[in-house]
Design a protein around this ligand. Structure first.
Ligand code: G1P
Length: 294
């Protein structure tokens, strides 16, 4: 069997979700554009992908998400004005992290049929090569970015790689859960996968955190995937078929940093606090302001 270890050049970002949990903020603005300190959530996740060596960024968008496309484009008038006014720091800030010409692609998921369906919408843009998938709501905060650690494991193991971390056992029904062969190891072969197992039935407390490296054969499976948990086309169900029926290896990489679910209000607020405290320019003064509150 081939080792399935071609380089990972492309990353997919499913950004079609409605963001109902953040209304009214998300009435006219995509939830991915909410800012954590001074960068949109989606920018933090694209940064993580770039730091892991990704060269092409594929966004699966939906209605009212056009501003995400604009965010990753150059803004000629603004750049010109900043340059004329000598605002070089600000100019550098908006140009430094821009993907280069031809490094972004956008497609649409017309109906909210589930994560598996969103990923399938990217099939032609990904083509016949393995790819990374990053769920933008989940900010992974760590010294070594999560996807970079997964790339390392992929370099050794090939196949498919999924980031996992433990959750309290009363929360396993909220996530995709995996069973692994070596629960204590940083990298382990995966033996089981289930999307949102009913309470009391989870094979472990290791949840899928929202970072994946997948082989392109996932698309053929997704093309015929029936709806699963919550009536949606689930990626986890397709991964299970890829593992069992197509005999492809799956490994977990335990993420040891902190995850902030920016789709939830508490997660989003905590991300702002933690990311601000970690900044050299803001951290010390923010810390002393926060202390005055308690
Ligand atoms: C999705 C995945 C799930 C994963 C989760 C991480 O679920 O289907 O396996 O654990 O993201 O956030 P969702 O949050 O879209 O319900």
């Amino acid at each position: 069997m081939p080792k399935h270890n071609s380089p990972i050049r492309k990353a997919v970002f499913p950004v079609a979700g409605l963001g109902t949990r953040f209304l009214p903020a998300t009435k006219a603005m995509p939830k991915e554009m909410l800012t954590v300190v001074d960068r949109p959530v989606i920018q933090h996740v694209v940064d993580e992908a770039r730091e892991a060596g990704i060269e092409h960024f594929i966004f699966v968008t939906g209605r009212n998400k056009g501003v995400i496309e604009d965010h990753f484009d150059s803004q000629y008038e603004l750049e010109r004005t900043l340059a004329d006014r000598g605002k070089h720091r600000e100019l550098e800030m908006i140009t430094r992290d821009l993907p280069g010409p031809g490094q972004t692609s956008f497609t649409r998921q017309q109906a909210p049929l589930g994560l598996g369906h969103a990923v399938w919408c990217a099939r032609d843009l990904v083509g016949d090569e393995p790819f990374a998938l990053l769920l933008p709501d989940m900010l992974h905060h760590a010294e070594t970015p999560c996807l970079a650690e997964m790339m390392k494991a992929y370099g050794e193991k090939g196949g498919n790689v999924v980031s996992v971390s433990p959750v309290p056992s009363d929360q396993t029904h909220l996530y995709g859960i995996v069973g692994v062969e070596q629960p204590k190891a940083k990298v382990s072969a995966i033996s089981k996968m289930v999307e949102k197992p009913p309470r009391g039935t989870a094979p472990s407390n290791l949840h899928i955190t929202g970072r994946y490296i997948l082989q392109p054969e996932i698309f053929e499976i997704l093309a015929n995937q029936e709806s699963g948990s919550g009536g949606e086309i689930q990626l986890t169900d397709a991964m299970l078929t890829l593992m069992h029926d197509k005999k492809q290896p799956f490994h977990s990489v335990r993420f040891d940093g902190h995850i902030y679910d920016c789709g939830s209000k508490i997660g989003f607020l905590m991300a702002n606090v933690v990311y601000a405290l970690a900044r050299d320019d803001l951290g010390p003064s923010f810390h002393s302001e926060l202390k005055k509150l308690f």
